[in-house]
Each structure stands twice: as C-alpha cells, then as structure tokens.
Design a protein around this ligand. Structure first.
Ligand code: PMP
Length: 406
C-alpha cells in the first residue's frame, strides 16, 4: 500500500528494533498490550523532566499548565470517539471502568432485573456483573453463542427481546479470538426494550475507531495501553445523564463540592469519578498516542492489516494439525489456535526461544475456552506495525517447534 510506509512506521517503535534470545524480536502480542511510538515515550518523559506538577490544584504556572494539558487530552479523546469531553472519565484501565459502572449501578438495579452478558467476554466484563447480580439479586442471562463462537444475530436479538434486560454488556471485539461483534442489531434490540448498553472496547477501540454517538451505547470502556498509550490508564465514556446518575465508586479529594466532618456533597461527572491524583503523565502520553493514530491513514492501515492478517492465516492453515478458532472474515487481526493436543504453554515457551512473543493460556476468557472445549490456546495478535517478515519468522519458528515436538 503506497500510502502506508511500514518501514517508517516500524522506526517509530524503538522496541521493535532489538533481539530477544539472540533472535530478531517478533512481537505478536498486541492484544495484551500495544507497543509505544517514540512520541508517546518522549511526551511521558518530558512531563517528568520539565512539566511535573499536580493538576486541578495549584495556581502556580506548572500546575496550571499540567491541568490545561491534561484536560486537552480529554478533549482529544472526546473528539476521537465523537462525544463530549464531560462524558469521559479517566480510569486505570478497561477493568476499572467496568467496575466503576457495575458499582455505580448498584442503586438502580433491582432483584427483578436481568443483566445480559455473553460467553466471549473477558473476565473483566463478566466478574463485575456477577458481583452486581449477587449484591442486587438481579438475574444474569447469557447470550447464545454458536459452536464456532460466532453469534447468530437474529437469535440473539430474539433472546434480548424475550429477556428484556436492564443492561447488556458486550465486547466490540473478542480479545481471545479477535472476532468483531456485529453490534448494531444487538444494541438496537437492547434499546428497543429500554436496556442500558455497555460496550467493552478494549480490543476494538484502536482498530475499529468507533463513533460512539452513532454506536448508541450508554457506556464504552477502553484501555490506553492497547491504543499505543501508557499502561495504567484507561477510560470510560458514559452518555452524560447515565454517567452522572452513577453512584461514585471511589471517594476522596477532587471529587467533592463541600466536605464537613459529617457530610459531603459531590461534583458532577466526570470529576465525581476522578478522586485522588490521576495518572497525569499517562494521560499526556495517551494524548500523543491519539495524535499518532489520527495522523495515520486509517483506510490504508486497515487494508494493510487485513492483507497481513490474511497472509498469516493462510500460512498458519497450511500447517497440518493446526486448529484455528478465530472467525477469519470479521477479525481485528488475531489468530487463536492450537497444534494437535500440544499444550499451548509448551509451544509458547519454544517460540520465545526464536524471539516470537505471543500469548498462551485462557486469555482471561475461561467461559469461552470451555465453550470451545479447550483449556487454553495460542494467540498471535497482529498490529499495523507488524510486517510480512514477522509473519514469516513466526511460521518458520512454529514449524521448527512442531518438528521438535512431533
Ligand atoms: N476487556 C478486553 C476485551 C480485554 O482484552 C482486556 C485486556 N486484556 C480487558 C477488558 C481489560 O483491560 P485492562 O487489563 O487494560 O484493564
């Protein structure tokens, strides 16, 4: 793709240019966390080197500048997702964002209510709803899933219509499989019965670039570290009236309006949910990540990623004994697979010896693994900074590992 200069892009990611176990690094674990371009590293370092001060507190120059930059990133994130700045809350990740919503809904959910989750969810989008259902008595219902881990959309819409949930929690893309969920009809069905919808965008946010004002969900969570940004940072979008209606999950400084020794009043969202000193350097680094993503040619990037993914899927499928679990037609670039009945940990360890970094295990999706009838899998997750050499290194190494095992 002429408008997508992969050599230039790879040079922006210094970590890629190194050896691991004396082999060229082949990083295929972007589903766990993406690598960081130099601008993100520089922005974070620059904050500590020359700009460090707390936000929303001081009247001195450094503090005012830190506050200004910090709030500017909220504006950037809001623009990225097509929403208003006061609808974004900074959290430490997608996990905290889902917990914030589940805890915040405690007073709105009744024993007669139903919450729908799905079998493909990351544990972060399962356990908080189990806890909420235990605390409130609400029923947890599970959206049906085909044997191959795809959704039968008309059947799911009918399920939602019949169960009339108070809330539907569903991911935009599966972290284990990379499968992209066809959200629009599911959200429309949930909205038709008056449900709130939370979308877990941890995997989808960067690849799918959702416009949240048209997606029509009430809550959307994301992790900055899976979008080229620093670790320890994520965010929650909430439709303003729904967001402001949540009970705060943590209390303390910054989120209050007035405090006496016996009583406090709270500020409105988003401040209400941001008690304590936030991850300022992380937020600024994420601002640089968003600028980097915005400067990429998105259609060219998607085309490049898709071509690379198809190449990797084809090469993998040519190896005898491979079982592939991912939906290859609707995928963000993840190959979930096993080789015969070999333990995924053994293969991942052998692959590491060849400098190939990929994930093995249950990927925090034990219910999905149970559905697929396996304890775990291998997962190669591609990003736009991978190239054909990465795929070739991976397949060649896999073939050598298989030869050792067979
Ligand atoms: N949901 C999905 C789909 C994920 O992939 C992840 C991260 N693996 C999470 C939630 C949790 O994100 P974090 O660990 O950044 O809180």
């Amino acid at each position: 793709v002429s408008t997508f200069d992969i050599t230039k892009i790879r040079n922006d990611f210094p970590i890629l240019n190194q050896t691991i176990n004396s082999q060229t690094l082949t990083y295929l674990d972007s589903g766990a966390t993406t690598q960081k371009p130099q601008c993100v590293i520089d922005t974070t370092a620059q904050f500590y080197a020359a700009q460090n001060a707390n936000v929303h507190r001081g009247r001195h120059t450094l503090s005012e500048q830190a506050t200004y930059r910090y709030e500017q990133v909220r504006d950037k994130a809001a623009e990225f997702f097509g929403i208003n700045s006061n609808e974004i809350v900074w959290t430490k990740g997608a996990t905290e964002a889902i917990n914030l919503v589940a805890n915040g809904l405690k007073n709105q959910i009744k024993a007669s209510d139903t919450i729908i989750i799905t079998p493909i969810e990351h544990h972060a989008n399962i356990v908080p709803w189990q806890v909420l259902s235990q605390q409130t008595g609400a029923k947890l219902a599970i959206l049906p899933l085909n044997d191959d881990a795809t959704f039968d959309i008309p059947a799911c819409c009918e399920f939602i219509k019949q169960h009339k949930p108070k809330l539907l929690a569903i991911s935009q893309a599966s972290n284990a499989l990379g499968n992209i969920t066809n959200l629009a009809p599911l959200i429309a069905s949930a909205k038709a019965v008056g449900a709130l919808v939370l979308v877990d965008g941890a995997q989808g946010a960067m690849h799918l670039k959702a416009n949240l004002s048209t997606l029509n969900c009430d809550f959307y969570v994301f992790s900055a570290h899976k979008m080229l940004g620093p670790t320890g940072l994520g965010g929650l979008y909430g439709r303003y009236e729904q967001l402001n209606a949540l009970t705060p999950y943590q209390t303390g400084g910054e989120m209050i309006q007035t405090v006496t020794l016996t009583h406090s009043t709270y500020r409105d969202a988003p401040a209400k949910f941001e008690s304590g000193t936030p991850n300022i350097a992380g937020v600024l680094g994420f601002g640089a990540a968003l600028e980097y993503i915005n400067a990429l040619n998105h259609p060219a990037l998607i085309e490049y990623e898709q071509t690379l993914f198809n190449y990797a899927a084809n090469r993998l499928q040519q190896i005898d004994g491979i079982t592939l679990f991912s939906d290859l037609k609707h995928n963000i670039g993840t190959l979930c697979f096993n080789y015969k009945d070999e333990h995924p940990y053994d293969l991942a360890t052998l692959l590491d010896g060849y400098g190939v970094a990929l994930r093995s295990g249950h990927h925090c999706t034990q219910p999905l693994m149970a559905h697929l009838g396996v304890n775990g899998t291998l997962r190669a997750s591609l990003a736009f900074y991978n190239n054909h050499t990465d795929v070739d290194n991976f397949i060649d190494a896999l073939q050598k590992c298989i030869a050792l095992l067979d």
